[in-house]
Design a protein around this ligand. Structure first.
Ligand SMILES: [Fe+2]
Length: 253
């Protein structure tokens, strides 16, 4: 099994706090049957400048080559394309899939144009945990443009397990029913809190929608090999606004 989203590398972002924490995560991965982990430390301009080269170096220095593959979770903004051109940002495992996250506080109208720039540059854009952005769960039709231009979607395993609250969980399952769960990643940040849990979530998904757990497991392998995915039939979300329970939400960054 492959985890496509993990803050495993210590001391580079808000993930593992030291090598013991990282080793604890690796032990959990072993128990989960995860044999390949994509390290995706945050890349956020001026805050987490984790270049692709730095991620590769960390993996090498820590003796994790082979089991851990390089990636980044790129905070999408006006400078993202420039960093890609400079080579600071690259796709996962050097391929064409790029994991991007958005701001939690509010939707930016420029997001779609930034995504189109990245696609034109040659990336396959994967939106990290769309279920956690309250502006999407309150207004799912905002996602339709991202579906239209060919984005992929990575949902956190913890979202299906209720880790981020009921609204996030409900929206994660709505995305599953709408054919919008291309990947499930743990987005694990440590060995004590937000630990790597994938297996249970995939089992739950398989029950919610027959075969979905197997599809996302297979897609994760395709991602690291830079191969084409199994893309499910997308259902537009334009009519879903009233079906999602609105309410107060919390930030669990
Ligand atoms: Fe993350």
């Amino acid at each position: 099994m492959v985890d496509v989203h993990s803050h495993l590398l210590p001391l580079v972002d808000d993930g593992a706090i030291d090598i013991d924490d990282m080793n604890g995560m690796l032990d959990i991965y072993l128990g989960e049957g995860v044999d390949s982990i994509v390290a995706t430390p945050h890349f956020k301009s001026g805050i987490y400048m984790n270049s692709y080269e730095k991620v590769c170096l960390c993996i090498d220095v820590l003796g994790l080559s082979g089991r851990v593959l390089p990636g980044q979770e790129v905070f999408l903004d006006k400078d993202t394309l420039g960093y890609c051109k400079e080579g600071l940002i690259r796709g996962i495992n050097g391929g064409s899939y790029l994991l991007v996250e958005l701001a939690f506080d509010k939707f930016r109208v420029d997001y779609l144009s930034y995504v189109i720039e990245l696609i034109d540059f040659g990336f396959r854009v994967v939106i990290a945990h769309p279920e956690r952005y309250a502006y999407f769960s309150k207004n799912p039709s905002l996602l339709d443009d991202f579906i239209r231009v060919g984005c992929f979607f990575q949902i956190n395993s913890g979202s299906f397990l209720g880790l981020f609250g009921k609204d996030v969980k409900d929206f994660a399952f709505l995305l599953a029913r709408s054919g919008l769960v291309d990947f499930v990643g743990s987005d694990a940040h440590g060995s004590v809190k937000r630990v790597p849990r994938l297996k249970v979530a995939l089992q739950i998904l398989d029950k919610a929608k027959a075969g979905l757990g197997s599809i996302v497991e297979s897609n994760a392998k395709s991602l690291v090999l830079d191969e084409l995915l199994v893309v499910q039939k997308r259902k537009p979300l334009a009519d879903k606004r009233k079906s999602v329970k609105l309410g107060a939400f919390k930030f669990f960054k």
